[in-house]
Design a binder for this molecule. Structure first.
Ligand SMILES: Nc1nc2c(c(=O)[nH]1)N[C@H]1C(S)=C(S)[C@@H](COP(=O)(O)OP(=O)(O)OC[C@H]3O[C@@H](n4cnc5c(=O)[nH]c(N)nc54)[C@H](O)[C@@H]3O)O[C@H]1N2
Ligand SMILES: Nc1nc2c(c(=O)[nH]1)N[C@H]1C(S)=C(S)[C@@H](COP(=O)(O)OP(=O)(O)OC[C@H]3O[C@@H](n4cnc5c(=O)[nH]c(N)nc54)[C@H](O)[C@@H]3O)O[C@H]1N2
Ligand SMILES: [Mo]
Length: 761
């Protein structure tokens, strides 16, 4: 592991550095040459879906698409390291609590079901049936099914997620806190209001035809590296790529394609963004309003001069409502206020609008930087306004492209993981399985934490993920979890969440996606849905990490049978014996999956139809709806002259709460993560120098002190008034109350903080 140091990175992203990093990851995980064979099967029609990101695969995958972070994700699950009962016997939970997140996962793959033993403060092996029986005894002994929170992380397959929601609903609750509540929930809430569907409207091939691509708050070089292929090709074709991001992310500047022999041999690279706009943290609403205003002003001028109109007036007249209200609001919004709130000049925003208007076809891409805000849902709607002005939805080369996170987070939602189910869906569930599902809406992530804190929730069952580390307000969340009667985690690796547990606690180890999943009728495939609504099959080929592992699907069925008893009318064992049967059931509940089993046997899978792509608007008005965004601020105004807006960042070497190393190559940070990025002017104002130790304190409004200590100042080119630190180290600073009222998403990307020199405040 490298010693802590700072060394600014000047090469293009990708390139030899990416190959070297991959090699290192394989060696570190003890994966010999055979590991390369595993990687070659990734994202191939007959192989398994990469457990990394949700970016789609090209339709004709003849050649191996190299992706450094996909390779790391696979290396981390195909590791040779094992976290055995013998290894855990000597490790108390209290001792493990002092370990870093990195060291915990480096113990390797879990091999046996484990139960917490209070007397020795250790996790001990337990037989599967006994684990199911003891868990069922707690669940069945509760006063109400609503005392259980059923958490899902987005790596679960459609089959496992479908059975999980079926189990919870047959048990009697709609409590489904889900990782997407912390992620793209604003997309799922905002897009339906605007265009009638909660998903993106583009396919991968649209990137080949777009004239302009605008990217808001997304870092593809790290988080969806295969997207770099699309961006590189677009840039080479001469498409304009505009990035709105407080950071000049390296891959958005220059990229060297590791699969391109000429770029690799000649050390050349491709510039990616034609322009990077360093918007202030939390300044996207203002930037988007500036872009919209400039579009309208330019169109007004064109109309006055009798020139060709710049807005798609036919589309606006025929397909939308609310344009006049939007235009009136924008005309009344003064430029100086837009400039102040966005951190961008009128000239910059007007130039960007000019580029957008010149493009015949444009794609609007966005990620966490746009949605993890208190007005994240409204940000999504503002971005959609921009697309609607030019009719950039429902035609080739144009559309809205939210880039999802986990490889199947979108699919989990499609197959029923939602705390707010519709009656139509519940009716079909009832008709298919012959039980009456609960109708009361349940808890999302923040509501679940609040229910645990108040004692209303008593048990937590997690299908993957690392809830404690991923959730906001770490101290509050930890206390909430510790008060529970039962915590159950279906996991591949040990993580922080297992150490912050209830009175009874179980870890149920599952197969990973790269491994053979053999059930009664033979080896099974699972299915996943990518960010562009393509559904396809995935089958692992590696031998399971341990003979005692079960598939997620089988574990959920085991829990369900034990909890619901022999009287359950759902044929759990029959379903898990052959996953085709689960897919037949999914198809019965969701007609959109018609022909499911046949269609996943076609190379490349199939596309779940999107009405908005066909310009059919499933909104109350039957039209696409423009939205007015009142004011400019995304987060409440801070009077404190010392206030900085903190954004929480992913390093290049992490997958959410899983750390691949302590380094962040492209941002020049090595061997450490307790850093705060700040520009030289803000450092000067506070008398801080590079390397100074500081503490960060949230400017809380609930009187609770939220402080993290031992952070080191790293000078970084950020706009004034902003700073950045890594997730999850900075999560104790994110208050539970700071969330989008519409989507419940925590405001992870704008926390008002104060910085003080020294360790304490
Ligand atoms: N290797 C790897 N791949 C991943 C993940 C991972 O952790 N590692 N996570 C997966 C998951 S679950 C998700 S959701 C995605 C996340 O992928 P992204 O959506 O890319 O998420 P982040 O890296 O959190 O943030 C994206 C960008 O937002 C910028 N940003 C911060 N604050 C603001 C702001 O106020 N405005 C704007 N415009 N930009 C801002 C940051 O500088 C950063 O470049 O990636 C998925 N893929
Ligand atoms: N401050 C801050 N907080 C954030 C964010 C942020 O940008 N800033 N981002 C948020 C976002 S976008 C998300 S999606 C959440 C992520 O929240 P989660 O999805 O809960 O977290 P992960 O780190 O992805 O979960 C990692 C764990 O999943 C388990 N796992 C890995 N593979 C498998 C598998 O195949 N099956 C099963 N059953 N388990 C597996 C392993 O035990 C591993 O430790 O975090 C959110 N939290
Ligand atoms: Mo995510």
């Amino acid at each position: 592991m490298s010693k802590p140091h700072i060394r600014p990175y000047t090469s293009p992203a990708g390139g030899w550095g990416a190959l070297e990093a991959t090699g290192k990851a394989l060696v570190e995980q003890g994966i010999p040459a055979a590991g390369a064979a595993t990687l070659l099967r990734m994202n191939q029609p007959e192989g398994f879906d990469c457990p990394g990101c949700a970016w789609p695969d090209p339709k004709h995958t003849s050649s191996f698409e190299f992706c450094e972070n996909g390779a790391k994700a696979v290396a981390w699950e195909a590791t040779a390291k094992r976290c055995t009962p013998e290894r855990l016997a000597g490790l108390t939970v209290a001792a493990l609590e002092t370990w870093s997140d990195y060291d915990l996962e480096m113990l390797g793959r879990l091999t046996h079901p484990l139960a917490y033993d209070e007397a020795s403060d250790t996790y001990r092996p337990v037989a599967w049936d006994e684990a199911f029986r003891r868990i069922a005894a707690v669940l069945d002994g509760l006063d109400s099914p609503d005392q259980v929170e059923f958490y899902t992380s987005g790596r679960a397959s459609n089959e496992a997620a479908f059975l999980f929601q079926l189990f919870a609903r047959a048990f009697g609750t709609n409590n489904f806190p889900d990782c997407s509540n912390m992620c793209h929930e604003a997309t799922s809430v905002g897009l339906p209001q605007s265009i009638g569907v909660g998903k993106g409207t583009v396919l991968l091939e649209d990137f080949d035809a777009a004239d302009a691509i605008l990217i808001f708050g997304q870092n593809p070089g790290t988080n969806s590296p295969r997207m770099m292929t699309s961006l590189r090709d677009a840039s080479r074709r001469g498409a304009a790529i505009l990035s709105f991001n407080p950071l000049r992310e390296r891959a958005l500047e220059r990229f060297q394609a590791p699969q391109n022999p000429i770029e690799m041999a000649s050390l050349t690279s491709t510039p990616i963004s034609s322009q990077i706009y360093q918007v202030r943290v939390g300044g996207d609403a203002a930037a988007l309003k500036g872009l919209l205003k400039a579009c309208i002003e330019r169109d007004d001028a064109a109309a006055a001069a009798d020139a060709a109109r710049l807005l798609d007036v036919n589309f606006i007249a025929g397909h939308t409502t609310g344009f006049e209200a939007l235009a009136a609001d924008l005309r009344a919004t003064p430029w100086p206020a837009i400039e102040r709130a966005s951190g961008l000049t009128r000239a910059e925003l007007d130039a960007a609008a000019g580029t957008y208007l010149r493009a015949d076809k444009a794609i609007l891409v966005y990620g966490m930087g746009l949605v993890q805000h208190r007005r994240g849902t409204e940000n999504v709607r503002l971005l959609t306004n921009l697309a609607l002005l030019r009719g950039n939805i429902g035609r080739p080369g144009a559309g809205i492209c939210p880039v999802r996170g986990h490889s199947n987070v979108q699919g989990n939602r499609t197959v029923g993981i939602t705390e707010k189910p519709t009656d139509a869906f519940l009716d079909r569930l009832r008709d298919t399985f012959g039980f009456e599902p609960p109708r009361r809406h349940g808890h999302d992530v923040v509501a679940a934490i609040e229910a645990m804190r108040s004692g209303q929730a008593r048990a937590f069952v997690a299908l993957g993920g690392n809830f404690v580390a991923a959730a906001p307000d770490t101290e509050a969340t930890r206390r909430a979890m510790r008060g529970l009667a039962l915590t159950v985690a279906i996991s591949t690796k040990l993580n922080r969440g297992h150490l912050v547990h209830g009175r009874q606690a179980f870890i149920l180890p599952c197969l990973a996606r790269s491994e053979v999943d053999r059930q009664e009728t033979g080896p099974q495939s699972i299915t996943v849905e990518d960010s562009m609504s393509m559904v396809h099959a995935s089958a692992g080929r590696n031998a399971p990490a341990s003979a005692h592992l079960r598939s997620e699907t089988a574990i959920v069925a085991g829990l369900a049978r034990a909890t619901l008893g022999p009287a359950s009318t759902i044929p759990w064992e029959h379903l898990t014996a052959d996953y085709d049967r689960i897919r037949t059931a999914i198809e019965a509940v969701f007609p959109i999956f018609q022909g499911y089993n046949a269609r996943i046997r076609v190379r490349g899978g199939f596309h779940l139809t999107s009405l908005a792509r066909e310009r059919i608007w499933a909104t109350p008005s039957g039209k696409a709806e423009f939205a007015v965004y009142e004011g400019l601020e995304e987060d409440p105004h801070q009077d404190d002259p010392e206030a900085l807006w903190l954004t929480t960042l992913r390093s290049h070497d992490q997958y959410n709460t899983t750390l691949y190393s302590l380094s962040d190559r492209y941002r020049g940070v090595f061997g450490q993560r307790m850093v705060v990025f700040l520009n030289e002017a803000e450092m000067g104002r506070r008398g801080l120098r590079a390397g100074d130790a500081v503490a960060l304190e949230t400017l809380s409004t609930d009187g609770v002190s939220r402080v993290v200590e031992g952070f080191k100042v790293v000078p970084y080119r950020l706009p004034d008034g902003c700073c950045g630190a890594y997730y999850p180290e900075a999560n104790p600073l994110v208050p539970l109350y700071a969330r989008d009222p519409q989507s419940g998403t925590p405001s992870y990307k704008a926390v008002p903080v104060r910085i003080r020199a020294g360790r304490g405040m």
